[in-house]
Design a protein around this ligand. Structure first.
Ligand code: GLN
Length: 487
């Protein structure tokens, strides 16, 4: 990587604001790197090169005129292709949205740009954010920069791979059951799922509205804290966004974890974690102890039911959210010529891939009158029990730690024939979405040359504790400074 493409977001913004480097040069270097590496990685669905250079020029002009250019001045960012940017296609990784150009911009993208960030493109993803490998993208699979024969994780695999490969210093993903944390772990970058309600969902294509949150991928925890400070906060256009104070997260980083109590739910982890992942996790706990943290045992008695609960709640909400893709209002239309019903049917048949169809059918089933009580209502009750588990655990500690995933990046095709095996990739990430609490994945080592992630979970609205622990950890380790072996 060149100086610019290996730099952190904080470092780029500092140098651009100080006029040590121009935003245009930083944008060019990243666009060149995208052009060179895309044939191997396929992280992007659209590259917005011209727009990026024009925005970078505007940032340079503002700085030359002595105007404040923002905390992310000149930082190249990549956006998961389910977040809208006016006039630029949003496909959501689906054929059904082919040709759709949104007439508005997502609040999170607006906030990044208002802070001076430069959007370089829209990234690949599993269709409608349903998947853990990027193999469900209707367009192409993204490859893991650490090993091109392996998946980058999903569903925000394009955003994770873009940051890992130095094609952007920061990217946005969405996390409904792990789609930020899991690919962050598999690609060796930092991924944050904020507390439910922290971040506006305006301009985010909905998958499961009670679980979806937008969050950043970065190479350092410090950059994650910086992105959070820019992205978080109430938005009048999303009624579920919380009116809570947003601390200056980067300024609050201490570099140590003194007095922090870290709870480990060992009995939940017995579910089967690969040996190299477990070894890295144990070592990470020791490192956190040497940063001043105290490690204690906690229980999450209902977390083992999280995957089953998630696949009822999430599919129910998806079946309702995806009803709007009927060939009339957005993107693809397959005209049947007979009547409206047939147009709907043919559009949806052609427009949706097999996993999306499976989820719509499952979601419709669990909501149907004869099965509602047995599935949907019961799942809501279990969801409450899982939330209460965390309330109890996080009463006895400040942060809960687990491995982010049970294994490192798997090979293409390894889990495609068995949806259940694929779903289990999210066993440690899904509980936080059901509970609504924040989660951070931090690179914590390698197993057979593949990155492994440490997951830190916190109390609702206490992302500060996660940043504090994660930053203290990165001060003592060098895993996040490793770059994938790309040519
Ligand atoms: N992999 C999980 C799923 O397929 C989570 C997806 C997500 O967080 N968007 O639903």
């Amino acid at each position: 990587m060149s100086d610019a493409t290996a730099a952190t977001a904080a470092g780029i913004a500092r140098r651009v604001n100080a006029r040590e480097v121009s935003a245009v040069d930083v944008a060019r270097e990243h666009l060149d790197r995208i052009a060179r590496l895309e044939p191997q990685i396929d992280a992007f669905l659209h590259v917005t090169a011209e727009r990026a250079l024009a925005r970078a020029r505007a940032v340079d002009e503002a700085i030359a005129a002595g105007k404040p250019a923002g905390r992310l001045a000149g930082v190249p960012v990549a956006i998961k292709d389910l977040l809208d940017l006016e006039g630029v296609p949003t496909t959501c990784g689906s054929r059904v949205l082919e040709g759709y150009r949104p007439p508005f911009t997502a609040t999170v993208v607006e906030r990044l740009e208002a802070a001076g960030a430069i959007v370089v493109g829209k990234t690949n993803m599993d269709e409608f954010a349903m998947g853990s490998s990027n193999e469900n993208s209707a367009y192409k699979p993204t490859r893991n920069p650490w090993d091109l024969t392996r998946v980058p994780g999903g569903s925000s695999g394009g955003s994770a791979a873009a940051v890992a490969a130095g094609m952007a210093a920061l990217s946005l993903g969405s996390d409904t059951g792990g789609s930020i944390r899991q690919p962050a772990a598999l690609c060796g970058v930092v991924g944050l799922k904020p507390t439910y309600g922290r971040v506006s969902r305006y301009g985010l294509v909905a998958f499961a509205s009670s679980l979806d949150q937008v969050g950043p991928f970065t190479r350092t925890v410090e950059d994650s804290a910086l992105a959070a400070a820019v992205l978080f906060g109430r938005d009048e256009r999303d009624a579920t966004s919380a009116d809570r104070e947003v601390p200056d997260f980067p300024a609050a980083l201490t570099g140590d974890a003194k007095g922090l109590r870290i709870g480990v739910p060992w009995s939940f982890l017995e579910k089967g974690v690969d040996a190299p992942v477990l070894a890295s996790f144990r070592e990470a706990l020791t490192t956190l102890e040497s940063a001043g943290a105290q490690v204690v045992d906690v229980q999450l008695p209902h977390a083992g039911h999280a995957i089953a609960t998630y696949y009822i709640v999430a599919t129910a909400e998806a079946s309702s959210n995806l009803a709007r893709y009927d060939g009339v209002r957005y993107g693809l239309r397959v005209d049947a010529g007979r009547d409206l019903r047939e147009t709907y049917g043919r559009t949806r048949d052609r427009g949706f891939g097999p996993e999306v169809k499976r989820r719509i059918i499952l979601g419709t089933f669990v909501l149907s009158s004869g099965y509602y009580d047995a599935y949907y209502r019961r799942a809501q009750k279990v969801r409450t029990l899982i939330r209460q588990d965390f309330e109890r655990a996080l009463g006895a500690c400040d942060v809960v730690a687990t491995p982010t995933t049970p294994s490192a990046a798997f090979r293409f095709g390894e889990k495609t024939a068995d949806p259940l095996a694929m779903y289990l990739a999210d066993i440690f990430t899904v509980p936080a979405n059901l509970a609504g609490i924040p989660g951070l994945s931090v690179p914590c080592g390698f197993g057979d040359g593949l990155p492994v992630g440490l997951q830190l979970l916190g109390r609702a609205f206490d992302e500060a504790a996660l940043f504090r622990a994660g930053h203290a950890y990165q001060k003592l380790t060098r895993h996040h400074l490793q770059a994938p072996p790309l040519r």
